[in-house]
Design a protein around this ligand. Structure first.
Ligand code: D5M
Ligand code: FE
Ligand code: ZN
Length: 481
């Protein structure tokens, strides 16, 4: 026990006071510098009242941390892939997946004025084009030859090939992702080929942001990697204790969102066992369950899986199955969802996605890198899809419905995976990459990846003001925005 705490307890006991366990728990979390003053004032006041017991209520009243019963904390799961996962078989499955992607995104782009002149690929090929026309489809191929870019798009009626001469437009074309949905403005060239004059992405429309009526906070976490040698257990435990401290921000927290890689898993990468302190998934999940137990019960916790968590590897991922840890599922303040998911926190819509596709996008797209994952997040919002590239490193299951299309515009977009705590805004949407609680691993060091772990990002859901608590002792380790 800290000596300041021992002093405070002895002071009260020597004056004939009894200390209630609830009061003791609060005293444990009071800043040590304030303990002496706090105990002396409470003892004086209660002596005056001739009541020789110090209970939780006395401390909460004195510290001004009495729970505000008017604070609302309503959570609704608006989208969870878990029950929708069917997995189509083989080619038929992929056809269904891409046709669902096309239809959903065509519906989204139909709100744009240009869409009035939208033609199917088959009809554009047969009519005599006198003025510019618009076609849309999924980008299957992009070639650059002799300073000319050629794009091939597919819609259900056929395949369309167009070329781009304009330098700026070629640059835009260079950032497009394979299998992404786009709309193009085209005209007929002199030699009867099609020329692409403009590229239009589904993107995010201007729209008002939903805010919470009560002033409650949500914490954004991800990539704990429990079970790994590099999990920052001490720092994370310190953060968990801070949640029950008298700090005014901590007192208003009602939601914690965990965006995947809760555990480090088993057999995720070669020789992983040498970097694990817990060798089974069950043991790893038990550890998180123990930590969750220390979180105040008025905080609702949403748990979404990442590529290290059990269930299935391919996107969309179901919630971490019950068979690995029933007690997480049985907790009243825990909500288990799949990846991706959309939750409403007092009306604020949060799109949660672990972020696996960032790896593919960083590798293939000019101007994108691991230092600025929020730029990749903007790219995904413009494409209105969480993982467009099919057949690269990120496994995508052949579902009958494409559950990775961003159908609903969120107020907050929460991603993890790349271990960089970073904030940004895009068209009014708050972008949060929630970093990690795992120190740099030998693999990350070998590829020059520098994470900034140990930062808890918190958002006031009424004002959208962002706060953070940094548990990393390295002064270079900061939240990026
Ligand atoms: O991934 C953390 C980050 O490190 C993420 O950007 C992927 C990258 N990473 C991790 N392991 C590998 C391997 N083996 N190859 C390529 N890239 C990798 P996390 O999901 O936490 O492991
Ligand atoms: Fe991770
Ligand atoms: Zn990950």
């Amino acid at each position: 026990m800290k000596k300041e705490l021992t002093f405070a307890l002895n002071y009260a006991l020597n004056k004939g006071f009894q200390i209630h366990p609830g009061a003791f728990k609060i005293l444990e979390n009071v800043d040590v510098k304030k303990l002496e003053k706090v105990i002396k004032e409470i003892v004086r006041e209660k002596t005056r009242q001739k009541l020789f017991q110090i209970n939780q209520n006395d401390l909460e009243t004195y510290l001004g941390i009495k729970e505000d019963p008017t604070l609302q904390s309503e959570i609704k799961v608006l989208f969870d892939p878990t029950s929708k996962i069917t997995t189509g078989e083989g080619v038929k499955g992929y056809n269904a997946l891409f046709s669902s992607r096309f239809n959903k995104l065509k519906r989204i782009i139909s709100d744009r004025p240009e869409s009035k002149m939208l033609k199917s690929i088959a009809s554009v090929k047969t009519v005599k084009l006198e003025e510019d026309m618009f076609v849309c489809g999924l980008l299957t191929t992009r070639n650059i030859e002799r300073n000319i870019t050629k794009l091939i798009l597919e819609d259900p009626s056929g395949s369309f090939e167009g070329i781009i001469f304009d330098d700026e437009l070629q640059k835009t074309a260079g950032t497009l992702l394979t299998d992404q949905f786009i709309m193009v403005r085209v005209s007929l060239g002199k030699s009867s080929g099609f020329i692409i004059k403009d590229i239009i992405l589904p993107d995010i429309p201007d729209q008002p942001i939903n805010k919470s009526e009560s002033e409650v906070y949500a914490v954004f976490l991800s990539d704990l990697h429990i079970g790994s040698k590099y999990f920052m257990e001490e720092e994370f435990t310190e953060f968990v204790s801070w949640l029950s401290s008298p700090d005014p921000t901590a007192r208003k927290i009602r939601f914690i969102l965990i965006g995947g890689d809760i555990v480090d898993g088993v057999g995720i990468y070669p020789n992983q066992d040498k970097e694990l302190v817990c060798q089974t998934i069950e043991e790893q999940l038990e550890k998180i369950d123990g930590l969750i137990d220390k979180i105040p019960k008025n905080i609702k916790i949403i748990i979404m899986p990442g590529n290290h968590d059990p269930g299935r590897r391919a996107l969309p991922q179901p919630a971490i199955p019950k068979k690995y840890n029933l007690s997480l599922w049985e907790r009243e303040n825990v909500v288990m969802v799949g990846n991706p998911a959309v939750v409403s926190l007092n009306g604020v819509k949060v799109l949660m996605f672990h972020g696996q596709s960032i790896d593919d996008i960083v590798k293939t797209t000019p101007g994108m890198n691991y230092d600025k994952p929020t730029n990749v997040m903007k790219h995904l919002l413009r494409a209105r899809h969480l993982s467009p590239i099919y057949g690269s490193q990120t496994p995508i299951a052949p579902e009958m419905e494409d559950l990775l299309v961003i159908e609903d515009v969120p107020d907050i977009f929460h991603v993890g995976h790349v271990h960089k705590a970073q904030l940004d805004m895009y068209k009014g949407i708050l972008l949060v990459n929630s970093g990690s609680w795992q120190k740099q691993t030998p693999f990350q060091a070998s590829v020059g990846m520098t994470p900034n772990p140990g930062i808890a990002i918190m958002v006031n859901l009424k004002t959208f003001q962002v706060f953070h608590e940094n548990y990393n002792s390295n002064s270079d380790n900061i939240l990026q925005s």
